[in-house]
Write a protein that binds this ligand. Structure first.
Ligand SMILES: Nc1ncnc2c1ncn2[C@@H]1O[C@H](COP(=O)(O)OP(=O)(O)O)[C@@H](O)[C@H]1O
Ligand SMILES: [Mg+2]
Length: 278
């Protein structure tokens, strides 16, 4: 428990965002590393031979047209995709050096290390406080003072504390969509994840809320590794360190965002980012 709290403090006391100095450095070991990953829904081959490392303290953007496998890839990282009937997977994904499909790999632990935020804000129909305290309570934290502290730090970490601190008891549904999304991010932070997966987290938000979430992602990079699926090319260019372009279940190209957007290797990447299809 002491360890848990120390990590909460450390994580919530965010350092200012800065472009990660180690980009491109071969020395930084990936947090997730997919190798020869294939996935089928029944007979539908949805992920084809994916090789894609996710690096620590970076924002990795996943771009590509609808139906190309972006959400499937995210849900494979936390093994959520296996909850769907008829899914078959081959190849491997290493999480911090261990194969997540390996026998005896602790799936429950993986799910506490990997937080997820969805397109449509999905707070629980509970108070703001209880939304954030939910995960810690499941992990056995009962002490009110400790919970208070986690709630405050998570809400601060998600840049929404000032807006809600005087009404923690009100239902999260009473908040705007943009606020609800930051509550969902705070809820993810409360379980002290290592990695945060975001599946088009701003596509249901207005421009101002979108900007707030984008700024937040930039700040969170200091303490977490983030994978964000986005339809918005400008967003990928603005907030990510690396970009992977998916097409028909394959990674056509991945690399530093600046390069992908200025000088892609593959014609299809260029066509997609310049809006010629998708
Ligand atoms: N539960 C499912 N059962 C069968 N096919 C699915 C299922 N979920 C997704 N697919 C198919 O897998 C492909 C990739 O889907 P998805 O990962 O949702 O793409 P994206 O997020 O890029 O839009 C699509 O062809 C989609 O129809
Ligand atoms: Mg999707």
């Amino acid at each position: 428990m002491v360890q848990v709290m120390e990590r909460t403090r450390e994580r919530a006391g965010l350092r200012p965002a800065e472009r990660h100095p180690a980009i491109g450095a071969a020395s930084a070991p990936p947090v997730f590393d997919a190798k020869g990953l294939n996935l089928w829904y029944g007979t539908r081959h949805a992920l084809k031979n994916i090789d894609l490392p996710i690096r620590e303290n970076e924002v990795t953007a996943i771009i590509g047209p609808s139906g190309c496998g972006k959400s499937t890839y995210l849900k494979t990282l936390n093994r959520m995709v296996e909850l769907t009937d008829g899914v078959r997977i081959s190849g491997e994904i290493q999480y911090r050096g261990r194969d997540i499909f390996g026998r005896g790999f602790p799936v429950e632990e993986l799910r506490t290390k990997v937080g997820m935020v969805f397109q449509k804000p999905n707070p629980f129909p509970k108070s703001i406080y209880d939304n954030i305290a939910y995960g810690p309570r499941i992990h056995g934290i009962r002490n009110r003072k400790i919970l208070d502290e986690i709630v405050e730090k998570s809400l601060r970490g998600a840049a929404i504390w000032e807006e809600v601190k005087d009404r923690l008891g009100t239902n999260a549904y009473s908040l705007s969509g943009g606020q609800q999304q930051r509550i969902c991010i705070a809820r993810a932070l409360a379980i002290e994840p290592d990695v945060i997966l975001m599946d088009e987290p701003t596509s249901a938000l207005d421009p101002i809320s979108t900007l707030k979430v984008e700024e937040l992602v930039q700040e969170l990079r200091a303490g977490y590794s983030i994978v964000i699926v986005t339809h918005n090319m400008q967003q990928a260019a603005r907030i990510s360190d690396r970009t992977a372009f998916f097409l028909n279940g394959e990674v056509v190209e991945s690399g530093e965002t600046d390069r992908i957007f200025s000088n892609p290797d593959d014609r299809r990447t260029e066509d997609y980012i310049s809006g010629r299809f998708g």
